[in-house]
Design a protein around this ligand. Sequence first.
Ligand code: TA6
Length: 300
Amino acid sequence: MTLTDLNQRFAIGNHVQFKEITDGMIIAEVANQHAIANIALQGAHIATFQPRGEEPVIWLSPHAKFAQGKSIRGGVPVCWPWFGPHKTDSKLPGHGFARTVPWEVFETKALPDGSTFLRFGLIESGVTRAQWPHPSTVQLEVTVGRALRVELVTHNAGGAAFELGEALHTYFQISDVAKTTIRGLDNCAYLDKVQDFARFTQQDGIVIDSEVDRVYINTAADCVIEDKGLKRAIRIAKQGSMSTVVWNPWTEKADKMGDFGEEGHRGMVCVESGNMMDNVVVLAPGEMHKLVAVYSVEKL
Ligand code: TA6
């Protein structure tokens, strides 16, 4: 669909407009009384979200590359239909292919409370089918309001069950890691990627003073990012998710990745709602699975 077609069919006054940025990348610009947001059609990737009168809630690297087939550093990358490395084929992309392939717009709607609803669907192709032979659909439903609600909906359209790994790999903007504590995972078991996935149990809040890369399992709990610098807390509420990943690459890893910017890792933390490792989802034929995350700001 061309940019003109997109705007003819799905633009909503000055609430939703589609723009081409670089390299043929198209984004949906969303602006309403509650918030502003930008969503790239590639990967249905929410790149920014900022409630009016607040600092941005979602972090986007100043060095994020908006290029065809490349993952965008920051925002809400959709990890699907697997999380982390592919189980058997190391040549396949980490975190699945969904975030780097084209998605299409199915629906946009101005809601009665002034929020904006958008629904996207992954466009199947030879590229996706070669990596994922299971007949299935995946859609992302986004509601931009005072809070940001994201729903990742998978449907097994085939005749055989498949195993699904997934996550909303969300980067949150913070004042500084030294002023931030992540709460909600006390007494929760986790696998520590930094220590070869050894298993531990979380005691108290999570303070980040080195690389943190942990998969918390069997938890449906909300998380709260307490940011003393911005005097705010970001609440991450979720449904249909039994795993939470907490990640900060710290200096060495961030420098190696090359798209965090100078000390960029200090201004972000990933708290990712998903289902992976012990919590992968087995979807029976005809079954649908919904992963929901809602991001909201509270005063500290
Ligand atoms: O979610 C944490 C993680 O799995 C880290 O281990 C690191 O690989 C991160 O994802 C970033 O992955 P990406 O492919 O987006 O660079």
